[in-house]
Design a binder for this molecule. Structure first.
Ligand code: BTN
Length: 322
């Protein structure tokens, strides 16, 4: 019922009296007041004025299941939290309990967001999308890398459609705008020799940050910093879910080459001089392409051509971003 009240408030930009809402929904004005209180506690800004009623403010829209469901009616099961340590960790717990092939875990905040290679991912605030998709595909484990590439494509398409931004992908998992990182992806998997139990695709996208800590301000950006606009996170998650549904269909229907060719369209140009960090080793190389398995092919200074998987290296030196 509280969401019926919210829908009524959404459908007008004028004050709506308690009486009008209560008549339409067939409940008392006291009940309406209780629903308004509940909606406020979820973060909706609803002003009230004597003899006028209630007005929903649009300058800040909280992240709620309602907001996502207004923008997505596909078959991905949704798990929403106010706070978790890490949506990837939460998604692993949920993956072990559910039989669905697809689900999404998203949270307003993360206390211990995780990045690639054991790094911390700053997300203990409500300024971004912190979410993890769970998939249980019947493909073999060595094809799992495609999920990171597919998610990168899904994010770039979302940014183009909803924010008119031409984002680029830095292999394997960073989404870059104006030389700075807007979004990172952490894919994790539980598998046996020839069978995937589940894959978790964790996506962290900076949305409304006005600034970043000194330690990352030169390498991080947000949608707000790039466009000057505020975005409804539910709308972004809804759009991303459709894009993820599409790439998942491609993966399970054996259309991996289509994803790789789309990925190449969004990728930073190849032929860049980079430094590969592999454990304690540093290797100077030039990027060539990604191969059919999604591995990065490079020509190293000694002339050798090698392919690297995403889990084993990090790279520096592309467009000033490290
Ligand atoms: C990286 O850039 O190294 C990857 C960052 C991935 C961050 C996301 S936020 C949602 C999900 N939960 C996590 O703990 N990490 C991923």
């Amino acid at each position: 019922m509280k969401y019926e009240v919210l829908t009524m408030l959404y459908n007008t930009d004028k004050y709506l009296s308690g009486e009008t809402i209560s008549k339409k929904l067939g409940v008392s004005r006291t009940a309406i007041w209780k629903y308004i209180t509940l909606l406020r506690s979820e973060g909706y800004k609803i002003s009230s004025a004597t003899n006028k009623g209630y007005l929903l403010k649009r300058d800040y829209i909280p992240l709620t299941n309602y907001q996502v469901l207004q923008n997505y009616d596909g078959d991905t099961k949704l798990y929403f939290f106010n706070e978790v340590n890490s949506t990837n960790t939460k998604a692993k717990e949920i993956a072990n309990e559910i039989i669905d092939n697809k689900a999404l875990v998203y949270s307003r905040t993360q206390q211990q967001g995780r990045g690639r290679l054991g790094r911390t991912f700053l997300s203990n605030n409500q300024s971004g999308l912190w979410l993890s998709y769970i998939y249980k595909p019947t493909i073999t484990p060595e094809k799992a890398t495609i999920f990171t590439l597919a998610a990168s494509v899904a994010v770039c398409k979302l940014l183009k459609k909803e924010c008119q931004l031409d984002a680029k992908i830095k292999w394997p998992n960073d989404i870059i705008i104006s030389g700075k990182k807007l979004c990172g992806i952490l894919t994790e998997m539980s598998c046996e020799m020839d069978k995937i139990n589940y894959i978790i695709v964790g996506i962290g996208l900076n949305v409304s940050q006005l600034s970043f800590d000194d330690s990352i301000k030169d390498i991080a950006t947000s949608l707000y910093l790039e466009t000057g606009q505020k975005y409804d996170r539910g709308l972004l998650i809804g759009g991303l879910c459709y894009n993820m549904d599409n790439v998942y269909e491609q993966i399970i229907n054996n259309k991996i080459p289509d994803i790789i060719s789309e990925w190449k369209k969004y990728a930073l140009p190849m032929g860049q001089n980079i430094i590969i960090h592999k454990g304690k080793e540093q290797i100077e190389a030039t990027t060539i392409t990604i191969n059919d398995s999604g591995h990065l092919m490079v020509r190293e200074v000694n002339g050798e051509v090698n392919a690297y998987q995403s889990g084993e290296i990090s790279i520096r030196g592309i467009m000033g971003y490290s």
